[in-house]
Design a protein around this ligand. Structure first.
Ligand code: BGC
Length: 800
């Protein structure tokens, strides 16, 4: 099809319509030109196609689909083939539900363990995140369905998520926050990309020309379309101008009208509009129409795949005296509510309505152990210990050789729309561990949770197997591992620190003001703990196996490094080997070691294999802010093969001539970054790195006029007493639901959203004029504001 001709043939109104949604999930069709409507749907670990009342918070039920383990879980498998298979399965289900674009995977960097959506993201490491995401995308797109990785970029907190500015220096942005997206785009060519809600260095991601044009399109060759996150299009015209194609969800007639007006008054040129339209149509119209049904065989096949994924992603953290795998006939008690009501996915827009759901209590009898009973032990979403539940659990534990103790973060502590406030398990679970320990020393913890948490209770447990959020078939996968049907092989995609105080951000997460300063720069996750010499509970890349592996004979070549891997244990098992690269640079501050390749190898016991880990364009590079491109610093690089980021088995060095001449050391300019004292970085040093001053926050408690991009929660600073009252009511609602242990996602969303989102997310029922009127009221002019609201309402109705 001649897209240029088609673009020329479209009327201005038709073009304008194509750039915003028709409703919550669909794009506009232009029937006269045979341009169909396209259906976009969440989400990353299974489909969430809503056919009834639509929302973007997972509040209303969607059609059934396979709930695979979430991204944080799959990343523990370090298995690109597996990720691809899951992508394919999701793509197939999308076809059967007439979904054209799957909104995922999510590949933001887990900057801090408290990030509310960490469970939806792959890793604290950009290389692992990028590789896993690329495989997912390849899988989804192999079926003809489009993938839409998200949220581009530097989207690291849920608090004020639509109004926060991520202030991050260029080098860290390129090396940490963009590299995963770069790998995904270059390797998998996603047909779409979702821009993030937040600002990046002062400019909303959806209208950020640097991100969308300079980097994504020009540098990486992205040839898909950019869609805003839901309600994340701040200035639609500016978005289109700077490289965004589609505003979602529908803003009623407003979206198209804004584009038409901008063309008419010269704010947007026809040329740019046509460029965007032809880019968008080139992708959309390249999509083959496919149809397929989701047969019961397929449903079973996908359930099996969800099980395989959970099995390959579970991580064995501890196994004292080889208590696992359980011996045949062991008397086993199941304790913990999660054994009956599994915690298998996170809440929010990724919430899947599963085709089936396994629970350990339903299937334990299928395993060669003697099941002596189940007790709840604690109630989820409640902190209080119930003495009768504790007592029953203790009595049961006395009858068992081994207690399989199902523990974890409950739903209320991990969800889109809020960041975590707790790092520990709920108090009632901790008390349960303590009580059981008095009567049975063979406690085996089976953990659920999509991000790291305090595991200091592990001294009371003989073994720990974490399933993360293991999807609908997690229960059987974990029991297979516990009983030795297979060996655990997963390794952590993130670090488990001892305490929250140990994290790079300490008290500084989440940012509560307008901007979030990325003081720690490159030093995210293990890069921080290693540079600052902070010991951790379980390092990045760590995971045990029932078998043992020996590493030998490292050999370096121009293209990579090879070594001999031998399974010296008693189990057939898989091993994840990791390649880390580092250099002692006089010139730039650098992490102590960075992941640059990995491989997962299956070896039968006694078997040996040569493993080759290739170098690639990411292996030796760093981003040079002077030349404004990636360079290789000349010098000697350490090349290490590890079983985790802290357990190095083999090491060698390689010399690189480099791409840039040696430069003067920056140690005097950035002393704290060189010495690993990221927590003590003075503002001036960070500003030197950032290249400008940071955003100054208004003093708290001052009354000030609020603007469109201030949040509803900012009404606490409003001039109007009425608005402050409204804030207090909202705040109380928020606190009440938090106390109940079940945060209200709607309230949280409203609390954190800017006024602008009122007209961006109500499909034109409330328009921008009305929001301006509301702001006039909030800012203290009640009657004037009310008149504006009423007038705008009349106009809005007329225009609908
Ligand atoms: C989330 C996106 C999601 C979209 C649609 C937003 O709130 O941030 O990840 O795809 O809603 O549900």
């Amino acid at each position: 099809m001649d897209i240029k001709l088609l673009t020329r043939t479209l009327t201005l109104k038709e073009k304008a319509l194509l750039l915003s949604g028709k409703n919550n999930w669909e794009t506009h069709e232009i029937a006269r030109m045979n341009i169909p409507s396209f259906f976009l749907s969440d989400g990353p670990h299974g489909l969430r196609k809503q056919e009834g009342k639509a929302d973007h918070l997972g509040l209303n039920e969607s059609r059934k689909s396979t709930c695979f383990p979430t991204a944080a879980t799959i990343a523990n498998s370090w298995d690109e083939t597996l990720a691809r298979k899951i992508g394919e399965a999701i793509g197939e289900e999308a076809i059967s539900q007439d979904v054209d674009v799957v909104l995922g995977p999510g590949l933001n960097i887990k900057r801090d363990p408290r990030g509310g959506r960490n469970f939806e993201y792959f890793s604290e490491d950009p290389y692992l995140a990028g590789k896993m995401a690329a495989s997912y995308i390849k899988g989804i797109q192999a079926t003809g369905t489009f993938a839409c990785p998200k949220h581009f970029a530097a989207n690291s907190q849920e608090t004020r998520r639509m109004a926060s500015d991520s202030e991050v220096d260029l080098r860290s942005l390129r090396e940490i926050y963009l590299t995963g997206f770069e790998i995904a785009v270059k390797e998998a060519h996603p047909k779409a990309m979702m821009s993030a809600y937040n600002k990046v260095n002062g400019v909303y991601a959806n209208e950020n020309a640097f991100l969308l044009r300079d980097v994504l399109k020009q540098e990486w060759g992205f040839d898909g379309f950019v869609v805003s996150d839901w309600g994340g299009s701040n200035d639609h015209v500016l978005g289109v101008q700077n490289g965004s194609h589609l505003e979602m969800p529908s803003t009623g007639a407003a979206g198209a009208n804004e584009i038409i007006q901008a063309i008419q008054n010269g704010e947007l040129s026809e040329q740019v509009l046509d460029e965007r339209i032809s880019e968008l149509l080139t992708v959309l119209l390249s999509k083959e129409t496919k149809s397929g049904s989701f047969s019961s065989e397929k449903e079973s096949e996908h359930h099996q795949l969800a099980k395989e994924a959970a099995l390959k992603s579970a991580v064995l953290l501890k196994n004292e005296a080889a208590i696992l795998p359980l011996k045949k006939g062991t008397k086993v008690a199941l304790i913990g509510e999660f054994a009956k009501k599994p915690r298998y996915q996170g809440a929010g827009s990724s919430l899947v309505n599963p085709t089936r759901l396994e629970a350990a209590t339903d299937i334990i009898r299928d395993y060669p152990v003697e099941f002596v009973g189940f007790e709840t032990g604690y109630k989820t979403n409640s902190l209080a210990t119930k003495p009768e539940l504790l007592k029953e659990a203790v009595e049961l534990a006395k009858k068992a050789d081994v207690v399989l103790l199902y523990l974890g973060l409950d739903e209320s502590s991990e969800s889109e729309g809020m960041d975590r406030t707790q790092f520990t398990l709920p108090q009632n679970q901790l008390e349960l561990i303590h009580a059981l320990k008095q009567v049975n020393s063979n406690l085996i913890g089976i953990l659920a949770g999509g991000s790291s948490f305090d595991l200091s209770f592990d001294t009371d447990l003989k073994a720990i197997l974490t399933g993360y959020l293991s999807g609908q078939a997690g229960a059987s996968a974990l029991l297979d591992l516990l009983t030795g049907k297979a060996s655990p092989s997963g390794k952590l995609n993130e670090t488990y620190p001892f305490r929250l105080e140990d994290t790079a951000l300490g008290d500084h997460f989440p940012a509560k003001g307008k901007a979030s300063q990325y003081f720690e720069a490159l030093f995210v996750g293990y890069r921080y703990y290693q540079a600052a010499s902070v010991p951790v509970k379980y390092p990045f890349g760590f995971g045990l196996s029932y078998s043992k592996f020996a590493y030998s004979d490292i050999e370096l070549s121009e293209t990579g490094v090879s070594f001999q891997l031998t399974n010296t244990g008693q189990f057939d098992a898989e091993e994840i080997s990791q390649l880390y690269v580092s250099m002692e640079s006089g010139q730039n501050f650098r992490p102590k070691r960075e992941l640059k390749a990995f491989a997962k190898t299956f070896l039968k016991r006694g078997e040996s294999q040569t493993v080759f880990l290739p170098f690639d364009e990411y292996t030796f590079r760093y981003f040079d802010t002077e030349t404004n491109q990636f360079e290789i610093e000349p010098g000697h690089y350490k090349v290490e093969i590890g079983t985790s980021s802290e357990a190095i088995e083999l090491s060698t060095t390689v010399e690189q001539k480099g791409t840039a001449a040696k430069k003067k050391s920056q140690v005097e300019k950035f002393p704290h970054y060189f010495s690993g004292q990221m927590k003590q970085v003075p503002l001036a040093e960070f500003e030197a790195l950032l290249g400008r001053e940071v955003t100054k926050e208004e003093a708290t408690l001052t009354r000030r006029p609020l603007l469109e991009n201030d949040t509803i929660g900012d009404m606490q600073f409003a001039k109007s007493a009425l608005a402050r009252l409204a804030y207090h009511i909202l705040e109380q609602k928020k606190q009440r639901s938090e106390k109940k242990g079940k945060p209200n996602l709607n309230v949280l969303f409203i609390y954190n959203m800017p006024f602008r989102a009122i007209y961006k997310m109500t499909a034109g029922k409330i328009d921008r004029e009305m929001v301006q009127g509301i702001l006039t009221i909030v800012n203290g002019s009640f009657w004037k504001g009310l008149r504006s609201v009423l007038k705008a309402r009349r106009n809005c109705k007329k225009n609908q």
